[in-house]
Design a protein around this ligand. Sequence first.
Ligand SMILES: CC(C)(COP(=O)(O)OP(=O)(O)OC[C@H]1O[C@@H](n2cnc3c(N)ncnc32)[C@H](O)[C@@H]1OP(=O)(O)O)[C@@H](O)C(=O)NCCC(=O)NCCS
Length: 156
Amino acid sequence: MLLPRAMLDEDLHEVHAIEKAANRFPWSLKNFTDSLDSGHYAWVYCDSFDVVIGYAIIQLVMDEAHLLNLCVSPEMQGKGYGRRILEHVIDYSKTRSANLIVLEVRRSNQRAQNLYLQMGFNEMSIRRGYYPAEQGREDAILMGLDLSMLSLFNEL
Ligand SMILES: CC(C)(COP(=O)(O)OP(=O)(O)OC[C@H]1O[C@@H](n2cnc3c(N)ncnc32)[C@H](O)[C@@H]1OP(=O)(O)O)[C@@H](O)C(=O)NCCC(=O)NCCS
Protein backbone atom coordinates (compact mmCIF):
# COMPACT_ATOMS: atom_id res chain seq x y z
CA MET A 1 0.00 0.00 0.00
CA LEU A 2 1.27 3.47 -0.90
CA LEU A 3 -0.77 6.39 0.36
CA PRO A 4 0.12 9.89 -0.83
CA ARG A 5 -0.54 12.88 1.37
CA ALA A 6 0.81 16.44 1.61
CA MET A 7 4.22 16.69 3.28
CA LEU A 8 3.91 18.48 6.63
CA ASP A 9 6.52 20.18 8.81
CA GLU A 10 6.08 17.28 11.26
CA ASP A 11 7.27 14.86 8.55
CA LEU A 12 10.56 16.61 7.93
CA HIS A 13 12.73 14.73 10.44
CA GLU A 14 11.57 11.37 9.02
CA VAL A 15 11.94 12.69 5.46
CA HIS A 16 15.40 14.09 6.13
CA ALA A 17 16.56 10.81 7.69
CA ILE A 18 15.57 9.03 4.45
CA GLU A 19 17.18 11.77 2.35
CA LYS A 20 20.50 11.32 4.19
CA ALA A 21 20.35 7.53 3.98
CA ALA A 22 19.55 7.53 0.25
CA ASN A 23 21.85 10.25 -1.14
CA ARG A 24 25.58 10.96 -1.11
CA PHE A 25 24.82 14.69 -1.25
CA PRO A 26 21.49 15.04 0.53
CA TRP A 27 19.30 18.13 0.80
CA SER A 28 19.68 19.86 4.15
CA LEU A 29 16.73 20.15 6.50
CA LYS A 30 16.64 23.84 5.54
CA ASN A 31 16.31 22.92 1.84
CA PHE A 32 13.11 21.07 2.77
CA THR A 33 11.70 23.82 5.01
CA ASP A 34 12.53 26.46 2.36
CA SER A 35 10.81 24.30 -0.25
CA LEU A 36 7.63 23.96 1.82
CA ASP A 37 7.73 27.69 2.68
CA SER A 38 8.03 28.53 -1.03
CA GLY A 39 4.77 26.73 -1.70
CA HIS A 40 6.22 23.86 -3.70
CA TYR A 41 3.99 20.81 -4.01
CA ALA A 42 5.36 18.13 -1.72
CA TRP A 43 4.02 14.71 -0.86
CA VAL A 44 5.02 11.85 1.37
CA TYR A 45 3.97 8.34 0.36
CA CYS A 46 3.22 6.19 3.38
CA ASP A 47 2.36 2.62 4.30
CA SER A 48 -0.84 1.82 6.19
CA PHE A 49 0.90 2.74 9.49
CA ASP A 50 1.77 6.22 8.11
CA VAL A 51 5.46 5.30 7.92
CA VAL A 52 7.09 7.28 5.11
CA ILE A 53 8.28 5.09 2.20
CA GLY A 54 9.20 7.95 -0.13
CA TYR A 55 8.53 11.53 -1.10
CA ALA A 56 8.41 13.88 -4.07
CA ILE A 57 8.57 17.65 -4.47
CA ILE A 58 7.65 19.65 -7.54
CA GLN A 59 7.62 23.31 -8.45
CA LEU A 60 4.93 24.45 -10.85
CA VAL A 61 5.64 27.52 -12.97
CA MET A 62 3.00 28.29 -15.59
CA ASP A 63 2.62 25.08 -17.64
CA GLU A 64 5.92 23.54 -16.51
CA ALA A 65 6.49 21.23 -13.54
CA HIS A 66 10.02 20.89 -12.20
CA LEU A 67 10.65 17.70 -10.23
CA LEU A 68 12.96 18.93 -7.47
CA ASN A 69 13.25 15.78 -5.39
CA LEU A 70 12.11 12.17 -5.60
CA CYS A 71 13.29 9.55 -3.18
CA VAL A 72 12.44 6.11 -1.86
CA SER A 73 13.73 4.87 1.48
CA PRO A 74 16.79 2.63 0.76
CA GLU A 75 15.27 -0.53 2.27
CA MET A 76 12.14 -0.06 0.11
CA GLN A 77 13.92 0.55 -3.19
CA GLY A 78 13.56 -1.86 -6.10
CA LYS A 79 9.96 -2.77 -5.21
CA GLY A 80 8.16 -0.52 -7.68
CA TYR A 81 7.52 2.40 -5.32
CA GLY A 82 9.66 4.89 -7.27
CA ARG A 83 7.64 4.22 -10.40
CA ARG A 84 4.33 4.60 -8.51
CA ILE A 85 5.45 7.88 -6.94
CA LEU A 86 6.49 9.20 -10.35
CA GLU A 87 3.14 8.12 -11.82
CA HIS A 88 1.39 10.11 -9.10
CA VAL A 89 3.55 13.17 -9.85
CA ILE A 90 2.79 12.87 -13.58
CA ASP A 91 -0.96 12.47 -12.94
CA TYR A 92 -0.98 15.44 -10.59
CA SER A 93 0.96 17.60 -13.06
CA LYS A 94 -1.62 16.76 -15.74
CA THR A 95 -4.47 17.85 -13.44
CA ARG A 96 -2.64 21.19 -13.05
CA SER A 97 -2.50 21.49 -16.86
CA ALA A 98 1.29 21.16 -17.02
CA ASN A 99 2.59 20.49 -20.53
CA LEU A 100 6.12 19.56 -19.52
CA ILE A 101 7.86 17.95 -16.55
CA VAL A 102 11.59 18.61 -16.26
CA LEU A 103 14.19 17.31 -13.85
CA GLU A 104 17.94 17.10 -13.35
CA VAL A 105 19.61 13.79 -12.63
CA ARG A 106 23.25 12.99 -11.91
CA ARG A 107 25.10 11.48 -14.83
CA SER A 108 26.17 8.62 -12.52
CA ASN A 109 22.62 7.90 -11.29
CA GLN A 110 21.78 5.17 -13.78
CA ARG A 111 19.02 3.74 -11.60
CA ALA A 112 17.03 6.98 -11.64
CA GLN A 113 17.73 7.53 -15.35
CA ASN A 114 16.35 4.05 -16.10
CA LEU A 115 13.19 4.90 -14.21
CA TYR A 116 12.71 8.21 -16.04
CA LEU A 117 13.40 6.68 -19.46
CA GLN A 118 10.90 3.92 -18.75
CA MET A 119 8.30 6.54 -17.88
CA GLY A 120 8.82 8.32 -21.20
CA PHE A 121 11.27 11.08 -20.25
CA ASN A 122 13.88 12.11 -22.82
CA GLU A 123 17.30 13.63 -22.39
CA MET A 124 17.08 17.35 -23.23
CA SER A 125 20.57 18.69 -22.46
CA ILE A 126 23.55 18.49 -20.13
CA ARG A 127 24.22 20.94 -17.32
CA ARG A 128 28.00 20.83 -16.88
CA GLY A 129 29.28 20.59 -13.31
CA TYR A 130 25.80 21.09 -11.87
CA TYR A 131 26.27 18.90 -8.78
CA PRO A 132 28.96 18.68 -6.10
CA ALA A 133 30.85 15.39 -6.24
CA GLU A 134 33.47 13.56 -4.19
CA GLN A 135 36.07 14.91 -6.59
CA GLY A 136 35.14 18.23 -8.16
CA ARG A 137 31.72 18.49 -9.80
CA GLU A 138 29.38 16.17 -11.68
CA ASP A 139 27.20 16.88 -14.74
CA ALA A 140 23.43 16.81 -14.58
CA ILE A 141 21.34 15.41 -17.36
CA LEU A 142 18.26 17.56 -17.92
CA MET A 143 15.35 15.29 -18.77
CA GLY A 144 11.85 16.18 -19.83
CA LEU A 145 8.47 14.55 -20.30
CA ASP A 146 6.21 16.24 -22.84
CA LEU A 147 2.72 15.83 -21.39
CA SER A 148 0.99 17.44 -24.37
CA MET A 149 2.39 14.70 -26.62
CA LEU A 150 1.43 12.09 -24.03
CA SER A 151 -2.24 13.14 -24.02
CA LEU A 152 -2.17 13.22 -27.83
CA PHE A 153 -0.96 9.60 -27.89
CA ASN A 154 -3.58 8.58 -25.31
CA GLU A 155 -6.31 9.99 -27.55
CA LEU A 156 -5.19 7.87 -30.54
C1 LIG B 1 15.68 6.39 -8.14
C2 LIG B 1 14.65 5.81 -7.17
C3 LIG B 1 13.60 6.88 -6.85
C4 LIG B 1 13.94 4.61 -7.85
O1 LIG B 1 12.95 4.12 -6.95
P1 LIG B 1 12.74 2.54 -6.76
O2 LIG B 1 11.56 2.36 -5.88
O3 LIG B 1 14.01 1.92 -6.33
O4 LIG B 1 12.44 2.11 -8.28
P2 LIG B 1 11.38 1.01 -8.77
O5 LIG B 1 11.49 -0.21 -7.93
O6 LIG B 1 10.05 1.66 -8.90
O7 LIG B 1 11.96 0.67 -10.20
C5 LIG B 1 11.60 1.45 -11.30
C6 LIG B 1 12.69 1.35 -12.36
O8 LIG B 1 13.87 1.98 -11.88
C7 LIG B 1 14.99 1.28 -12.42
N1 LIG B 1 15.73 0.62 -11.33
C8 LIG B 1 15.30 0.28 -10.10
N2 LIG B 1 16.29 -0.32 -9.40
C9 LIG B 1 17.36 -0.36 -10.24
C10 LIG B 1 18.70 -0.85 -10.11
N3 LIG B 1 19.13 -1.42 -8.98
N4 LIG B 1 19.55 -0.69 -11.16
C11 LIG B 1 19.14 -0.09 -12.30
N5 LIG B 1 17.88 0.38 -12.49
C12 LIG B 1 17.01 0.24 -11.47
C13 LIG B 1 14.45 0.22 -13.35
O9 LIG B 1 14.29 0.81 -14.61
C14 LIG B 1 13.10 -0.05 -12.71
O10 LIG B 1 12.21 -0.62 -13.60
P3 LIG B 1 12.11 -2.25 -13.72
O11 LIG B 1 11.81 -2.73 -12.33
O12 LIG B 1 10.96 -2.43 -14.67
O13 LIG B 1 13.43 -2.68 -14.22
C15 LIG B 1 15.32 5.29 -5.87
O14 LIG B 1 16.31 4.38 -6.21
C16 LIG B 1 15.91 6.39 -5.00
O15 LIG B 1 15.21 6.98 -4.18
N6 LIG B 1 17.21 6.65 -5.15
C17 LIG B 1 17.91 7.66 -4.32
C18 LIG B 1 17.44 9.06 -4.61
C19 LIG B 1 17.50 9.37 -6.09
O16 LIG B 1 18.46 9.01 -6.79
N7 LIG B 1 16.47 10.09 -6.57
C20 LIG B 1 16.41 10.55 -7.94
C21 LIG B 1 17.08 11.87 -8.03
S1 LIG B 1 17.02 12.50 -9.70
